[in-house]
Design a protein around this ligand. Structure first.
Ligand SMILES: [Zn+2]
Length: 361
């Protein structure tokens, strides 16, 4: 092959669209604590531009965790973002969250530069309750255009469980959607910590948000206004697949598009439901073109299922043994859909492979 020929990318790759850097070296979260205690006054911090973290510390934090699990489970690439619980948009103010997001995103960039064949970067946005969403556009643009990020996580409730900002279908959010369309990057709808004791963060706040945002979109003309907007609702779409009939009925009652038609080329669910019956149900009711392989490793649920002996978040096995999926369906879920959705992913993979092949010559 000559250097000018495009490098082929395997069509049978297994791409996990939902992983977080939950194992970042401790000084990363310690910096955030210092920043909070200093009320954002960086002059009071020992390292105002961020903690000192060596490449070896980053390698160690991944080799024993995410990379080990990729190897053990036979997945190829993880679309990787900062720890969702660490975003903490309800803590501090807009300025503090800009400094924190920048630090988190720069760390993700270092991870992806160290392991370009294993991770592709997705950014955190510097949201803050009551602050207009266009305030996050400079950081989004920096990440996508300067650092090569391929998507972002968008928090529908920066208040952390109090839901004080407008619904995601309100014009409040539209300037951000215009930018997402312009940059051609999808957003994963992803809340952070809950500061409301009624809602456990991963067990209730996450699933509530997934379900709430789906209903907001169902009862709107969002994708007619923004036909190129691409959103992912994680954690299997919250409660939606289980209540598919309810959402179909609500749509018909309201003269809206039914869920399958609504999802179209705009809305996707991932496979983080952590058991076989959940995946079987998704396969039966959700259009296969709208399902993306994901595990949310490492850390949403850390233990193994005592009945099967397998880790709950080892989600590949549920898709492989699901009798409602054909081989073609599995290929779509494992990589076909994600390659179509993340338009900046394939060029990034090709650039990485070309670089490593050139170096190996
Ligand atoms: Zn997540």
């Amino acid at each position: 092959m000559t250097p000018s020929e495009p490098t082929q990318v395997r069509t049978n790759m297994i791409i996990d669209c939902h992983g977080h850097y939950t194992t970042a070296p401790a000084q990363h979260e310690a910096w955030r604590q210092e920043q909070i205690e200093a009320k954002g006054d960086l002059s009071k911090l020992a390292h105002r531009h961020g903690p000192q973290i060596s490449d070896d510390e980053i390698r160690e934090s991944l080799e024993l965790n995410q990379l080990r699990l990729q190897r053990e489970r036979g997945t190829d690439l993880t679309i990787f973002s900062p720890r969702a619980g660490g975003m903490g948009h309800h803590v501090g103010d807009e300025r503090m969250n800009q400094d924190w997001s920048r630090l988190c995103n720069d760390l993700i960039k270092r991870v992806c530069d160290l392991y370009p064949e294993n991770f592709a970067p997705v950014c955190q946005l510097p949201q803050s309750p009551g602050c207009r969403p266009e305030g996050v556009i400079p950081e989004l643009t920096r990440c996508v255009e300067e650092l090569g990020f391929i998507g972002c996580n968008l928090n529908p409730d920066p208040s952390g469980g109090r839901w004080t900002d407008p619904p995601m279908t309100d014009p409040w959010w539209f300037p951000l959607y215009e930018k997402l369309e312009e940059l051609d990057v999808p957003a994963m709808i992803h809340v952070s910590q809950s500061c409301n004791p009624n809602f456990h963060f991963t067990g209730a706040h996450y699933i509530n948000a997934d379900t709430a945002v789906f209903m907001q979109i169902l009862d709107s003309d969002l994708f007619e206004r923004f036909p190129d907007l691409k959103l992912i609702i994680p954690h299997g779409g919250g409660a939606v697949p289980y209540h598919w009939g309810r959402y179909r009925g609500l749509a018909i009652d309201r003269g809206r598009l039914e869920p399958a038609a609504l999802m179209g080329d705009n809305l996707y669910f991932d496979t983080c439901v952590y058991h076989q019956p959940g995946i079987d149900l998704m396969a039966k009711v959700v259009p296969v073109d709208n399902v993306l392989f994901a595990s949310e490793m490492h850390g949403a649920v850390r233990c193994a299922d005592p009945d099967s002996g397998h880790f709950f978040d080892d989600t590949r096995r549920y898709i492989e043994t699901c009798e409602y999926l054909s081989d073609e369906d599995r290929q779509k879920i494992f990589s076909g859909n994600v390659r179509r959705l993340y338009r900046r992913l394939l060029p990034a993979i090709i650039a990485t492979k070309t670089k490593s092949e050139t170096a190996a010559r």
